[in-house]
Design a binder for this molecule. Structure first.
Ligand SMILES: *[C@@H]1O[C@H](CO)[C@@H](O)[C@H](O)[C@H]1NC(C)=O
Ligand SMILES: *[C@@H]1O[C@H](CO)[C@@H](O)[C@H](O)[C@H]1NC(C)=O
Ligand SMILES: *[C@@H]1O[C@H](CO)[C@@H](O)[C@H](O)[C@H]1NC(C)=O
Ligand SMILES: *[C@@H]1O[C@H](CO)[C@@H](O)[C@H](O)[C@H]1NC(C)=O
Length: 571
């Protein structure tokens, strides 16, 4: 206690020193600065009483391949701007910080045009990934500290620009683009820039991207780099970022709570500007540090990340419940074209969390982190089991899934369908009892599986598990499977047959790790919403907002509590 009181005191002194420096140097910025200095003092007092992170060593991951930001010098020592900067910020609040080498894909990866957080960040191998651009779409997968470097994006071509790419065009669809996996220079950024585009190839790393350009598989590399040896970076600059480059964090991380005030202190005392100047000399490089005014503006309390929007000062110590979504389930939970999270399930979870007075946030995660199928049995995914998040939204509560996970009350009706290639070339008939002449496919982790077919009293033969929807579609088009069994009512390019069957016990619910305390508070809050008529209101608003017949349970249905109907077959 003594130690933490001393720490708070020191922080206040630091901030006061900062404020004096600013009154001399910052002119008209004074009012803003005073306001956020006050906030910081209150904030620090609260944070320093938290025993959660006292004495913790905070780990920051870099890949050692980004000279002059982080790299191994000729003797193998890890050095660079990011390395020095972390040590500088941590020393302001006397936090123990260490840098750890890790491949960048442990921080972030791109899968089918969506950026997800990497395993290392989600599993707690480390706490932060410095040097990542804050963008609208990344906010669905990460929290961030305040930005500390300016950035922009550019287009790189083979020497001489052989395909004649022009960044000023509105329509890039004649060109094949590439970007590095996990980059913010992605489809969502192109949409925000109102560019039309066609094929995008995600490159595994920079050498891969270079090879794609040099062997003419791709025409343009879209990236945040200003020079790439052996290639030509075109002069035009565009912006995918919000504010700049910061430290990327797991959603719900406490790191920003002490980092941001420490960085503010550094900016106000002039230490940040001095650090930048010294680094330019030390590494013989230009660093795009934010100007004092810009940095002051960005950090003057304007909320940048959802975490600061949803977390009030009072809630600083309250735990954040994370709800995972793949970002691909329109209109329930999806990343819109520009990169924002949206959907009925998100609105609904917000309503329940507000009723329960719990702090909730959303995190993009591949759906296989929630659930996957191995030899016809559904298991809970690594993300759910390893605490990457607390819950997966919109999973139907089938009896076989319930052997691996817990479910809340269901909140949407669900049903399952059979999908075939248009024209139903294998003549599949869902009303028959014997499906054994047809090859089935379903997505990994789906509840439209072998056990459901058994409950429906169907005979069946071969089932091929697909890794994702594109793979399932390919199986159908290649005639390697006849039927896709799924909960979807509509699938582009395919024919969903009209028959409906039921694999769920009650419907679509929130899926948690076995034994999660979430289920109790959730059910209490959900039932309270139902009693107040607010569940029905969210449903009605959702139908209008998403222009989709969202199937909530009827107004007068008494909601299931315990015990589920044993008759799985309806209609
Ligand atoms: C071009 O390079 C990429 C990346 O190394 C490689 O995967 C691809 O096969 C190459 N294509 C041709 C036509 O050489
Ligand atoms: C610093 O960088 C410049 C330009 O890249 C180069 O010309 C110069 O030789 C470098 N100086 C030292 C001391 O390495
Ligand atoms: C399955 O195919 C075989 C061979 O074409 C046929 O004899 C049999 O009647 C079919 N079974 C069903 C249930 O359609
Ligand atoms: C429930 O609502 C339906 C349709 O609105 C109505 O037909 C039915 O009578 C209602 N049942 C009860 C028990 O109120």
């Amino acid at each position: 206690m003594m130690w933490s009181a001393a720490l708070s005191c020191m922080t206040i002194i630091w901030i006061l020193v900062g404020s004096l420096a600013c009154q001399r140097n910052c002119g008209s910025q004074k009012e803003d600065n005073d306001r956020f200095i006050l906030d910081s003092v209150v904030y620090k007092n609260e944070v320093s009483t938290s025993s959660l992170s006292a004495g913790k060593v905070w780990l920051f991951a870099v890949d050692g391949r980004r000279k002059p930001y982080n790299f191994l010098d000729e003797n193998g020592k890890l050095v660079g701007f990011d390395v020095d900067f972390i040590s500088k910020v941590c020393s302001v609040v006397q936090k123990k910080c260490k840098i750890v080498l890790a491949e960048f894909t442990e921080c972030t990866i791109t899968e089918r045009n969506i950026n997800y957080a990497g395993r290392g960040l989600m599993s707690g191998w480390f706490d932060g990934c410095p040097g990542y651009v804050l963008s609208l779409d990344r906010q669905g997968a990460f929290d961030f500290t305040e930005p500390y470097l300016a950035t922009d994006a550019s287009f790189t071509v083979s020497p001489g620009n052989p395909s004649g790419f022009d960044p000023d065009l509105d329509d890039y669809s004649k060109f094949t683009l590439t970007h590095l996996t996990g980059a913010v220079t992605n489809a969502q950024c192109l949409n925000r820039l109102h560019k039309k585009f066609g094929k995008i190839i995600v490159a595994a790393d920079l050498p891969d991207a270079k090879e794609l350009l040099l062997n003419r598989t791709a025409d343009v590399l879209f990236s945040a780099r200003r020079s790439i040896s052996g290639l030509e970076v075109l002069p035009q600059r565009v912006h995918c970022e919000m504010g700049g480059t910061g430290v990327m964090l797991k959603k719900g991380s406490e790191l920003a709570q002490w980092w941001n005030p420490a960085f503010q202190t550094l900016v106000l005392s002039g230490g940040y500007a001095q650090f930048c100047a010294e680094s330019e000399t030390k590494y013989n490089a230009t660093f795009r540090c934010l100007s004092g005014l810009k940095a002051g503006h960005i950090i003057s309390g304007k909320p940048l990340t959802p975490a600061t929007q949803t977390m009030s000062q009072d809630a600083a110590d309250q735990r954040v419940w994370l709800f995972a979504l793949s970002g691909r389930r329109k209109p329930f939970a999806f990343q819109d074209e520009e990169g924002r999270l949206s959907g009925f399930n998100i609105d609904f979870v917000r309503a329940v969390c507000a009723e329960a007075k719990q702090v909730c946030d959303f995190v993009l995660s591949q759906f296989t982190e929630c659930s996957f199928t191995q030899r016809n049995i559904n298991y809970a995914g690594r993300g759910l089991m390893d605490g990457w998040f607390d819950a997966c939204m919109g999973y139907a509560d089938s009896v076989d899934r319930a052997a691996a996970v817990d479910f809340t009350d269901a909140f949407l009706e669900s049903s399952s369908t059979f999908t075939v290639v248009p024209g139903n070339p294998s003549g599949f008939d869902p009303d028959q009892q014997d499906f054994s002449n047809f090859t089935f496919t379903h997505l990994t982790g789906a509840y439209t599986n072998a056990q459901c077919l058994n409950r429906l009293k169907k005979k069946f033969g071969k089932i091929v598990i697909a890794a994702n929807l594109p793979e399932a579609k390919e199986l159908l088009f290649d005639r390697k499977a006849d039927v896709l069994f799924s909960p979807r009512g509509k699938i582009p390019d395919l024919e969903v047959l009209p028959q409906r069957v039921h694999c769920e016990r009650t419907g679509s619910a929130i899926m948690t790790k076995r034994g999660s305390p979430l289920v109790d508070w959730w059910n209490a809050a959900f039932r309270s919403l139902v009693r107040k008529g607010l569940y029905q209101k969210v449903c009605e608003e959702g139908r209008v907002k998403y222009n989709f017949p969202i199937r909530c349970f009827p107004e007068n249905t008494s909601l299931p509590t315990s015990g589920y109907p044993e008759d799985y077959i309806i209609g």
